[in-house]
Write a protein that binds this ligand. Sequence first.
Ligand code: 6CS
Ligand code: FE
Length: 297
Amino acid sequence: MSTTVAPSDAYPTRVSAEDPIAREHPTVWGSASDGPFDAEALAAHEERGFTILEDFLSPAEVDTFSAELGRLTSDTSLRGDERVVTEKASGEVRSIFEVQAFSEKIDALSRDPRLLDRARQLLGSEVYLHQTRVNYMPGFKGTGFYWHSDFETWHAEDGMPLPRAVSCSIALTRNYPFNGGLMVMPGSHRTFIPGVGQTPENNHKSSLKEQTVGVPSEAAITRMAADYGIDQFTGPAGSALWFDANIMHGSGNNITPFPRSNIFLVFNSVENTLTDPYAAPAPRPGYIANRDYTPLR
Ligand code: 6CS
Ligand code: FE
């Protein structure tokens, strides 16, 4: 069984074989003169596929956004909203998508020059928000995300042509090594691992709780862990992790008393707007894959 792929598909996925594809596109599309990252930082990001900036938000801002997150996760009127994803077991809030629609403060943050200037520099163009979410990984029962490439899903299910998107994950709580912190494989973004298998209808209804389609095999993960190693995003609240759309990443469960909360903003280049899904029966809803490409100001 093989999936016919669109002629312009540089990264065929959800096919019958998991043959790695060498990335033919850059990770950094801009240059040192385009923004706050200097040449050394850009070279490191190109090489590793991620950049950690500590003290990205001030302690006062962390308090502001933490209070905002608390307001959103305790607002029971939001529970019925499809943008609010709950934990399978406990029913607690796990993620809130399109969070800027619920919070003017987070909407303003997405337009803050500290973010916009860096996203534009990394992507070499004007940018818009492909997706936003707050992840609230509660203590004791917080479940993680298995290994995956975001771009593999965004390509297959949202029709994102190229890996010309970057995520910024801002920690609102301290990320310890033990409370479900994000793990990344440095350098893995330069290899695209096709998913095997077909995308079921309305896959997002289950994949946002637990992704099963499009994840790499254990053999591929074993090989990549040997080739690239595993780094963990740890650091104080207020730290920001900028990571390439195609980097292999995942997070473990959180059985500690310490919740792990972050704000997750995905910037896509306005030169990389969505087409039809490359490997799914229908596009995902706009709150997961935004189709308003108006450049962020
Ligand atoms: O499917 C998605 O778009 C989401 N899934 C994961 C596990 N990470 C990226 C993204 O938020
Ligand atoms: Fe992800």
